[in-house]
Design a protein around this ligand. Structure first.
Ligand code: G1P
Length: 271
């Protein structure tokens, strides 16, 4: 059973400047809710009981968002607004599930994952990248089903335009399992068009084995000088660890760029 999820939230969000000069990008509202709420709800609906947030000193705002007790209590006492009361209850519910760890240097997603090591209890855990929203179908839930059936690690996947392969982790597939699921032969972080093994990209949902921490501890910086989770996944594949790519059914929304954020907000407001 997958009961724990981790969410890397330490990124500074340069693609969303100037908003992110004072604001955590994951708290930017999308149709009246912070983007991170959609990710938390996806986790809850998929049966996750505990979420580890990886933040940084600069993203302390995210932690504060969940700890404004006095403020809420005063307002609720004075205003008796049922909507605010409901929102506060929701925040308290989320807070009970969330633990915080810190990644103060932007050394990469792999390094962020390593920070959660002391909290991960089970053999497998879920990771969600908050820039990647998937709507209309719970991708984590489908991935957990696949994991339960094959006892393997799983990554969300989507076919991307050939010209954009250098923006993603890209898979080479080994074997078809069924219409939506494939056994992975290899994965490479942000290859050039020339060296990309396919146009099948990793999207930000991963079911990873706990043993990835052993690889991450030794992981050398890769593309762009960062420690990539992709490189440690490849080390595990080299040792015959089974990884499945799952073509999710929902709609992918990229919230990490300004253009993407604006489009995603419009799209979400239609649900
Ligand atoms: C990360 C991963 C990459 C993956 C992408 C999905 O990249 O390193 O393999 O394809 O998320 O969004 P980032 O978006 O952090 O550059």
């Amino acid at each position: 059973m997958i009961k724990q999820a981790i969410i890397p939230l330490a990124g500074i969000g340069t693609r969303l400047l100037p908003l992110t000069s004072v604001f955590a990008k994951e708290l930017l509202p999308m149709n009246g809710k912070p983007g991170i709420e959609y990710i938390i709800e996806e986790c809850i609906d998929a049966g996750i009981k505990e979420i580890v947030f990886i933040i940084s000193n600069k993203k302390e705002m995210i932690r504060s968002y969940f700890y404004k007790d006095k403020f809420y209590k005063d307002i609720i006492r004075r205003k008796k607004d049922p909507r605010i009361k409901k929102e506060y209850k929701k925040i308290l519910k989320y807070r009970k599930m969330i633990k915080f760890v810190y990644q103060n240097k932007p050394l990469g997603t792999g390094d962020a994952v390593l920070k959660t090591k002391k909290y991960i209890k089970d053999k497998f855990f879920l990771m969600l990248l908050p820039d990647d929203l998937i709507i209309n179908d719970n991708c984590s839930k489908s991935m957990i089903k696949i994991h339960n059936r094959y006892k393997a690690s799983v990554m969300a996947s989507m076919n991307v335009n050939n010209k954009t392969v250098s923006r993603w982790g890209i898979f080479k597939l080994k074997k078809k399992i069924d219409k939506k699921n494939f056994l992975i032969d290899s994965v490479v972080e942000k290859p050039s068009i020339k060296y990309a093994p396919s146009n099948k990209a990793v999207i930000g949902r991963y079911i990873l084995p706990k043993k990835i921490f052993l690889k991450l501890k030794k992981q050398k910086p890769g593309k762009g000088g960062e420690i990539h989770i992709t490189d440690s996944i490849q080390s595990l594949i080299n040792e015959n660890e089974k990884f499945i790519s799952h073509n999710f059914s929902g709609k992918y929304l990229d919230c990490g760029s300004m253009d993407g954020y604006i489009k995603s907000s419009l799209e979400i407001s239609k649900i």
